[in-house]
Each structure stands twice: as C-alpha cells, then as structure tokens.
Design a protein around this ligand. Structure first.
Ligand code: AMP
Length: 395
C-alpha cells in the first residue's frame, strides 16, 4: 500500500510517499515546490516526479492522499476529506485564516485531479478530543463559546507520534498499542497499572507542550489558534486579551495591522528585535546581544511554565520528551528548561545532553526519577499510518 502525504501551504506544496508493502513502513520519496502560483501545476508536477522516479505507475497506485488539516467546525479525528468536511473547515476560516483556505483549495484540486483516490485528513486537534472539558474551555460567555472561542490544541500528529514512541521506549507496549488504535477505537484499549505520564515538548518554528496520560492527550498549550501558548518564531503566543484594545486605542492601529504584528512581528522575532531562528539567537546571545538572550530565556521560561502545569495535572511525570527543530537540536535550551528541578526528580545528564542532536536518546542521569528523552518527531509518518488504518478499518 502506497500513501502520499501532502503538506499544503499558501504558496508551497511538500510531499512524502510512504510504502507499507510487505508489512514494512518506508518513506520512499519526498519533494516539494515553493512559490507556487498554480496549485494544479504543482500537484501534477508532484505526480510526474513520482512517476518519473519509478515510485508509482500512475495515481491509481496511491491507496490514499493524506493531509494534516488543522480545524473544522464539529469535526476532528481521521476523516475522509469530502465536501461536508471541507464546508466545516470553511466555517472556521476566521479561526484559521492562514491554514484553512489553502487546505480547502488544495484538497478540492487533488480530488479533481485524482477522483478515484481517497483523500484522508488527520486533524491536528484530534489528539485532544478526550481531554477534560475544563482543560479546553476559556472563561467566556456561552455566546462566545458557541462561536468557537475555546481551546482546541494543535500539533496533534507530532504529540501522538511522541506518545507512541515514548511508550515503546519506556517498555509500555500496552500504552503504545492504545495510541496506535486511538483514532479507530478511542481510548478503550486496556492498559495496565501504573499510569504512564509523559510530557511532550514540541519546540520548533511553532511550539507546544502536551500532557499525555496513558497515551491520551489531556491538554495542549496551544489554545483556540496556533498563535497561542508558548512564543513561536514570529507569532505571539499567549497574551492578555486586553493588550489589543490598549494598543489599538492608544496608537490608532487598525485591527488588521495589530493582527499582522501579532502573527508576523512577535514571538522570538519581536522580543529579540529581528531574530526568529534559535541558532541565530544563540550566536547573538553569545556575542552579548541582551534582547536575543531575553528571547531565549522567555522561551525556556514558558516551556517550564507549561511543563510544570502538566506535571501537576498528571501527578508527576515518568518522562519529559523533547522534539522538533529547537528541542531536538539545542542542548543549551534543554539545559535551561531542566535547570534547578532536582527536587522534582528531574536530573539532566550534562554530558549526554551536550552529545545529543536530532537523535533518539535518554539524556537524564540514571538516578533521575523523571526520564528526559529526545525523540525526533515524524508527523508525516503518523498521517500515513492513520490513513492506512482508516482504509483498513473500511471507513
Ligand atoms: P521545526 O519547525 O520543527 O522545523 O523547527 C525549526 C526551528 O528549529 C528553527 O526555526 C530553529 O529555531 C530551530 N533549529 C533548527 N536547527 C537548530 C539547531 N541546530 N540548533 C538550534 N535550533 C535549531
């Protein structure tokens, strides 16, 4: 079975082809197009590349195309991307203005070009559908809630990957199996005692922290939109809602401009005065740039804030996992996040931490009650796996 995973940006198309034949699980091809002006041409070029490379004879060889949509009204999980789902995504364009329009248009084009191939989406909100209601609500009037003003949580594919892989590495095959079957059976696969408590820290261009109890997400630092939670590269993260009227009223700024600044000029870039890449921030901080230092400190502080929150909700933690571009690569940031937490049973091994970049490793001391791990994430593989399970479940 071959499954193409397509990542749709407003002017980009990235793809990966997975081959599940003979019980295997291999990524056999990957590619992408930037500065796309005609999406139809990009999709046809993607299929031509796969044909010319000998990976497929034609689109009929693809069992499905998998997508990673973020938000639809009243729909989550792993679903067929039919018109009902696309209309439900259209109903959420105000909450996801950067993400939903290119996804809706892209999926419609894929369906037109490959009408016989199932289009399957794994919503980024899916991992939190069993989180307690109190964890997902804002304290707003009901009329606001009815408009969709609530926490959703995102990065679901990544945190699900970490939930499964960390359970495997911690010797909890029962929990790993529950995670595998989560979107087919719900969290009903039995697991044994004691509880497995994992905190997954996805720190990258966009960052979030998730608490995972026995393989199920209990909440995520991302709230109603992917602009919230920890500071992101250019996006603000959590902000007191009353900042917006203050800035608009005192400067005469329009709502559109305020929104642009919160999305494109804030986060690490806003605090540091222009640097949004942690590699640049670390170089700058090393050269004495105080604003760059502050941006790094703020990111570490916010990560500690959310890890602390989930440690309390989970009644402790068996493992803290670092994943995505920043957390997989930056030993300095991991050290800053884990500093002075020995009373909580968290003890980083400084040497192992310094030696670890972009590979699976345990970086805590043998005495540390909480295992600290680095696990490179693989969101595309999760989407391909879920699309396969969806087809096999006959949905
Ligand atoms: P992602 O969104 O997961 O691809 O992460 C991208 C981010 O990871 C970049 O914006 C950088 O801030 C960060 N990053 C990538 N490589 C490194 C590295 N070697 N050291 C520190 N940060 C890195």
């Amino acid at each position: 079975m071959k499954i193409l995973v397509a990542n749709l940006g407003s002017t980009s198309l990235k793809y990966r082809l997975f081959d599940f034949s003979n019980g295997g699980e291999r990524m056999v091809a990957r590619g992408g197009f930037e500065r796309v002006t005609d999406y139809r041409v990009a999709i046809e070029s993607c299929l031509a590349e796969l044909k010319n490379g000998g990976y497929i004879q034609g689109s009929g060889d693809l069992a499905a195309v998998g997508f990673k949509p973020i938000l639809a009204k009243g729909i989550t999980g792993c679903v067929r991307m039919d018109e009902t789902v696309l209309n439900a995504m259209e109903a959420c364009v105000l909450s996801a203005p950067a993400h939903n329009p290119p996804y809706i248009a892209g999926v419609r084009l894929f369906s037109k070009i490959m009408p016989a191939t199932p289009m399957i989406g794994l919503f980024e909100t899916a991992f939190y559908q069993w989180a307690p209601e109190a964890a997902m609500r804002y304290a707003v009037p009901d009329s606001w809630y009815q408009l969709g003003v609530r926490r959703w949580g995102y990065h679901g594919a990544s945190h699900k990957f970490i939930a499964e892989r960390s359970a495997e590495l911690l010797g909890r095959s029962d929990v790993a199996e529950r995670v595998r079957r989560l979107y087919v059976d719900g969290p009903n696969t039995p697991v044994r005692e004691p509880h497995l408590r994992v905190i997954s820290c996805h720190l990258g261009g966009s960052s979030s922290v998730t608490g995972i109890l026995d393989g199920v997400g209990i909440g995520n630092s991302l709230g109603m939109t992917p602009q919230s939670g920890l500071p992101h590269n250019n996006r603000v993260g959590d902000l007191d809602a009353f900042a917006l009227p203050l800035v608009m009223r005192s400067t005469g700024m329009t709502l559109d401009e305020a929104e642009r600044q919160l999305c494109k000029e804030s986060g690490l870039k806003g605090v540091s005065g222009g640097y949004n890449d942690v590699r640049d921030l670390q170089t700058q901080a090393g050269q004495g740039n105080a604003k760059a230092r502050l941006a790094l400190d703020l990111l570490a502080h916010q990560a500690r804030h959310w890890i602390g929150s989930f440690m309390f909700q989970l009644n402790g933690a068996d493992a803290i996992v670092f994943t995505a571009g920043i957390a997989e690569n930056s030993a300095a940031l991991r050290a800053a996040i884990c500093r002075d937490t020995d009373q909580l049973g968290i003890e980083l091994d400084a040497v192992k931490n310094a030696q670890t970049a972009a590979q699976e490793a345990v970086i805590s001391t043998p005495e540390s009650r909480v295992k600290i791990m680095v696990i490179p994430t693989n969101e595309e593989l999760v989407i391909a796996r879920e699309a396969k399970r969806f087809l096999e479940a006959g949905k």
